[in-house]
Write a protein that binds this ligand. Structure first.
Ligand SMILES: Nc1ncnc2c1ncn2[C@@H]1O[C@H](COP(=O)(O)OP(=O)(O)OP(=O)(O)O)[C@@H](O)[C@H]1O
Ligand SMILES: [Mg+2]
Length: 780
């Protein structure tokens, strides 16, 4: 063992943060947009343990930080989840431990740091105990005063935490310290000083809250004073006018007033604007209050009160536009056309709230744009991903320094129309914390019974959202809050097969990339076999985003050759691809050729498409425990237990002699967290195969939830799962009978090539999966 190992120096990719940090033990969403940050995350994702270093920048303004720009104390963190969007990567990180940076280097487009663990020195004893009680009680009062929607039960937490620092960091996250304070807390390396520091910050935040309450209470009395001042100012103005003196504030206010006279505003809005205008006239321009009023008046002026675009309800034209922009997606297009028909018959009809669910790059966003185009409505979008402050949606109260309207009102101001198509991306990645639950604000925004008078905290006037056509998007449904899910109509977009991708490329992507690169049709034709190769060897995705990027790269390479005047552009042949796009990125994945007893092939559905996975079971001579490994989630662990219990209840039928309960079940490809009930059938098969010593067919994969009584229940993601099976060269798939309806959505070649066995019971699965099923089963 060398010295490096003993002090556990590690080299990690660095994800520098601006204005924020991540404490150890805490989990939080982060968004990486800078190239070096994205490269660092990619590097971490490619590593086995998915670890990286998160550390705050000393100066948030530095675009490309180097070693010196970072604090030396940071947090080693693990990537729990990840989602890509056009220009950013969103990650959910969990802080693992506090580390000190010893050296920073730069490689492959990102920073890497040598770090060593720097655990906080714990100082158990009476003082620590007393401090802990004090902060816990303060936290309770703080939450009560802040009137947060989602309360954290601090007492309960204090009992549960293993490490007292966990509680310290949690409370620090709850009160939301600014970076300077948070970093100081992170840098405090002993427990008691850290607790004292936390206590001090909490006291301060608590006092601020108290003060704010008080001020709100005084607002009414202040009103009286303001009015008196107003009268005095009016008199002053009259005197000045008499004297013929300039009055710049008055001139400005008159300008705003004139704009208001020309604007078309609902009566209530006009009354409020009137009030604000007279306040504006009464307050000196130098006062900060003046600017606040002025900004709000501008917002009122710019909002599209009642201004809207007229819908184009020509169904034929709409159908043409939808087809023009997107391949297939028939069901969704039909649903949209239905909606247009409804609007045509009843213009007052409430628009449904649609939710497009599907893997990245399958066209959710672009379909939204296309619908807006077909309807002739304005289009606007923003992402809900990682949003955990209700005020981001609904705005801050104006008493807040730096208050702003929420994202909804901002979007309406941008589109200048009160009936746009508003796309809210990533509903499945909404956050929540003590600052309020944005999901409940969203509920109100989407509810036709309430949203005709939506009240943004900043605007503080009702705005009618009922004519807005809302579409939300998500990669997966399981993390969408239930009440929201109820309110939306789910439309699924699934991943594409290689054949479908080829069609999409030929009909849509090539043309687009060709025009963007400024090439003529003659200069840019790509044979199908090349596209097919790009699909298989250069991309691995459910959608077509990467494919489009690759085709774009091809087009630009050719454009360069044309521009450099290299005469006739040589046509693209398969062996030129590595020159143009670099070496092949993916080898075709292949299913295992031979499975020993105890191994079965399953199919998983992930937010980015489908995957083949193996369930491996072996007998453990000792004990009677069921050991599960491979980063399995709670639900998956339970289905492993159910699988074992069921198989053990059927020993006679399956011809199992003296079974030993000690089992170890492992699902490799370990770093990917796996969850969900759909591996039940595969688990049962692996366990049965082990106990009966009968091997499972290696050309067959299976999916299905199972019950303790041996029923096989339907599961999601059938299309993605079948595409994954086919990609891996599997020929047969065992599916729950109740999933039969999903087979309709399969592309023709998949339906033709794959043999699908539909089953009701675990026994059917075993019979279809095993090379030589036990006699009792075969007879059944
Ligand atoms: N069926 C299709 N026909 C034509 N083009 C498509 C189709 N599906 C996707 N595309 C194209 O693929 C690209 C990526 O699609 P888009 O950005 O809409 O994905 P998305 O589903 O919103 O993904 P994410 O979940 O990452 O936001 C767009 O350029 C889109 O036009
Ligand atoms: Mg999108």
């Amino acid at each position: 063992m060398n010295t490096q190992d003993t002090i556990q120096v590690r080299e990690l990719p660095v994800f520098p943060l601006r204005n924020t940090l991540l404490f150890p033990f805490m989990v939080g969403p982060f968004s990486a947009g800078r190239r070096a940050s994205i490269a660092a995350i990619e590097a971490a994702l490619a590593s086995e343990d998915k670890l990286l270093l998160v550390v705050a920048q000393r100066d948030a303004g530095v675009e490309e930080p180097r070693g010196d720009d970072l604090f030396t104390l940071g947090t080693k963190a693990v990537i729990k989840r990840m989602a890509r969007s056009e220009e950013t990567i969103e990650v959910i990180l969990q802080g693992v431990e506090r580390v000190r940076i010893t050296e920073v280097t730069q490689t492959r487009g990102h920073l890497r740091a040598h770090v060593e663990p720097a655990p906080v020195v714990l100082e158990p004893g009476a003082e620590a105990e007393a401090l802990q009680r004090e902060v816990v009680s303060l936290a309770g009062r703080f939450q009560a005063l802040a009137q947060t929607v989602t309360r954290i039960d601090v007492d309960e937490l204090a009992r549960q935490v293993q490490d007292p620092m966990q509680l310290v960091y949690l409370l620090a996250s709850v009160i939301g310290l600014d970076l300077e304070k948070a970093q100081r807390l992170l840098e405090t390396s002993e427990q008691i000083p850290a607790m004292k520091l936390l206590h001090e910050h909490m006291r301060r935040e608590y006092q601020i809250l108290e003060l704010r309450k008080e001020i709100a209470g005084q607002a009414e009395t202040a009103m009286g004073r303001e009015q008196r001042e107003y009268l005095l100012r009016q008199q002053l103005r009259a005197i000045k006018e008499e004297l013929g003196e300039q009055d710049p504030e008055g001139a400005e206010a008159t300008g705003v007033r004139r704009r208001f006279e020309e604007a078309e505003l609902p009566a209530e809005v006009r009354r409020e604007a009137e009030r604000e205008l007279s306040r504006l006239e009464s307050i000196p321009a130098a006062s900060p209050e003046h600017q606040v009023i002025r900004t709000r008046l501008d917002l009122i002026l710019e909002l599209p009160w009642g201004r809207h675009t007229d819908d184009n309800l020509d169904l034929g034209r709409a159908r043409r536009i939808l087809d023009e922009d997107h391949y297939d997606l028939t069901e969704i297009k039909e649903r949209i056309l239905e909606q247009l028909a409804v609007l045509k018959l009843n213009p007052e009809a409430k628009a449904p709230i649609l939710c497009f669910v599907g893997p990245p790059g399958v066209g959710k966003t672009s379909l939204g744009q296309s619908i807006a185009r077909a309807l002739g409505r304005k289009f606007e979008r923003f992402s809900l991903g990682g949003m955990h402050d209700e005020a981001e949606l609904r705005g801050h109260r104006r008493t807040y320094v730096g208050a702003m309207p929420g994202r909804i009102i901002q979007a309406l101001r941008r589109v200048e129309s009160s009936n746009p198509l508003l796309m809210l991306d990533e509903v499945d990645k909404l956050g929540r914390d003590f600052r309020g639950d944005p999901a409940s604000a969203l509920l109100e925004i989407l509810d036709p019974a309430q949203n005709y008078q939506f009240r943004d905290n900043y605007l503080d006037l009702p705005f009618d959202l009922s004519k807005v056509f809302f579409i939300t998007t998500a990669n997966a449904m399981d993390t969408i809050p239930g009440p929201l899910l109820d309110r939306m109509e789910i439309l699924r977009l699934s991943g594409y097969s290689d054949e479908e991708k080829l069609e999409i490329a030929k009909r849509y992507l090539l043309e687009r990339q060709r025009t963007q690169a400024g090439l003529s049709e003659a200069q840019f034709t790509i044979p199908d076999e090349i596209i097919a190769k790009v699909i298989r060897r250069y991309t691995r995705e459910a959608g077509v985003r990467e494919l489009e990027r690759m085709l774009g790269r091809l087009a630009r390479k050719l454009a360069l050759q044309v521009a450099e005047g290299q005469g006739d552009v040589p046509s693209i042949t398969p062996d030129r691809l590595p020159d143009l796009l670099g070496s092949e990125r993916f080898q075709p994945e292949e299913a295992r050729k031979e499975l020993p007893p105890g191994v079965a092939t399953g199919l998983a559905w992930t937010a980015t498409g489908g995957d083949v996975l193996y369930v491996e079971a072996i007998q453990r001579p000792d004990g009677d425990k069921l050991t599960l490994t491979g980063q399995l989630g709670e639900v998956m662990r339970e289905s492993a237990q159910a699988a074992q219990s069921y198989i053990l209840s059927q020993t006679q039928r399956l011809g199992i002699e003296s079974p030993k309960p000690g089992l170890h079940i492992h699902v490799p490809a370990g770093a990917i967290p796996k969850d969900g009930p759909s591996a039940g059938a595969t688990m049962a098969t692996a366990v049965a195969s082990l106990y009966t010593r009968r091997a499972v067919r290696s050309d067959t994969a299976m999916t299905g939830e199972i019950t303790l009584t041996g029923l096989v229940l339907p599961v999601g993601g059938i299309k993605e799962k079948l595409l994954a099976a086919r990609r891996a060269g599997l020929k047969r798939v065992i599916l729950p009978k109740q999933n039969e309806k999903d087979l309709r959505d399969l592309p023709e070649p998949v339906r033709r090539e794959m043999e699908v066995v539909l089953v009701d019971r675990v026994e059917d699965v075993l019979r279809a999966a095993m090379r030589e099923p036990p006699a009792a089963l075969a007879a059944a």
